[in-house]
Design a protein around this ligand. Structure first.
Ligand SMILES: Cc1cc2nc3c(=O)[nH]c(=O)nc-3n(C[C@H](O)[C@H](O)[C@H](O)COP(=O)(O)OP(=O)(O)OC[C@H]3O[C@@H](n4cnc5c(N)ncnc54)[C@H](O)[C@@H]3O)c2cc1C
Length: 293
């Protein structure tokens, strides 16, 4: 379907129609919730000649569990409001915590996971969570389907591994026994872009900890040395809780210091780099204390 206006707008009814249309017109912009794209268009920063809406592509919506692998499959058009529903929030609490901090109810009703990934803002709130969960992005095009770990998908500030005719089909999240936490610092309590954020996942199956940081570098960053230290100070026999002497011997301060050292923040209108470096360590430390109490 197309409309008689300066911009050609199509509304494909299926994934196949979408990827075929993209292959024929790779410069075409995809429109999901429009919470990033329409801002760009309204400010005159982008002037796409053609747009395809994802609103009728049911294959991208909602989430499911892959019966063969047990992985959770989150649709590219999954909204933040859907991430907050108890059935999914109970499975991925850190993603729900991140979703809860995004924009306003209107933004959470419209904005999607695929849009957050494709925009790849350093402050994108789902990105550190997906990295800490070891998630994989499923990319679809007329050439077929490929899977890219989230850490490789985001290649720079607002840059991704997407080619012009690609669509984020879904995100696959391994189902492991985990405890998860996401914390974000902003300049106010709501409608706020992250000054910094941290996602901490205690993985009881692999007896390891993953720590991913947001808004303190061009891409979400893993804090590998901090992860190793956390893995050593958790008592895995007792279910991955902080060993009794962790507080006494300064392990948590060292953990926070290693997280701060892993960050690569910049000064900008939201914060100084020095504050970001300090705050991200505090966030990660508090997150670890909560998941490993
Ligand atoms: C007031 C306001 C507050 C906000 N607050 C936050 C916040 O707190 N945290 C945060 O992280 N973000 C925030 N955002 C940004 C925004 O809501 C998110 O990045 C959102 O997830 C974008 O999704 P969308 O569906 O609206 O994407 P769109 O705006 O529809 O698209 C964004 C880009 O992604 C592409 N795209 C969309 N879907 C796909 C897909 N499936 N495959 C390939 N490409 C795709 C589009 O072509 C476009 O280039 C805010 C935005 C506003 C306006």
């Amino acid at each position: 379907m197309s409309y008689d206006c300066a911009v050609s707008v199509r509304v494909p009814d299926s994934l196949e129609e979408l990827v075929t249309g993209l292959a024929a017109d790779p410069g075409c912009e995809l429109l999901a919730g429009g919470t990033d794209l329409m801002v760009e268009i309204n400010f005159g920063r982008r002037r796409p000649a053609s747009i395809m809406s994802l609103s009728r592509v049911t294959e991208l919506k909602g989430w499911s569990e892959d019966a063969a692998t047990g992985e959770l499959v989150l649709g590219g058009a999954l909204t933040y409001t859907e991430m907050l529903q108890p059935d999914l929030a109970g499975r991925l609490p850190a993603l729900a915590q991140a979703a809860r901090t995004v924009g306003s109810p209107q933004i959470r009703n419209a904005g999607t996971l695929g849009g957050n990934l494709a925009t790849a803002s350093p402050a994108g709130d789902t990105l550190p969570v997906l990295v800490a969960l070891d998630a994989v992005v499923v990319v679809e095009s007329a050439d077929g389907r490929r899977e890219v770990p989230v850490g490789d998908f985001v290649t720079g500030a607002k840059r991704t591994a997407l080619r012009p005719h690609d669509v984020v089909h879904s995100v696959r999240v391994p189902t492991r026994r985990t405890r998860q936490e996401f914390l974000k610092v902003g300049t106010r309590n709501a409608m706020v872009i992250a000054v910094c954020s941290a996602a901490v996942v205690v993985d009881l199956d692999s007896c390891s900890v993953r720590v991913a940081l947001g808004s303190v570098g061009p891409v979400p960053l893993r804090a590998h040395e901090a992860e190793e230290l956390a893995g050593e100070v958790l008592d895995w026999d007792a279910g991955g809780v902080l060993a009794g002497d962790a507080h006494r011997d300064g392990a948590l301060e060292r953990f926070a210091g290693l997280v701060s050292a892993a960050s690569r923040p910049i000064d900008d209108h939201r914060s100084t780099a020095a504050y970001r470096r300090h705050a991200v360590g505090v966030c990660a430390r508090r997150a670890l204390e909560r998941v490993a109490a």
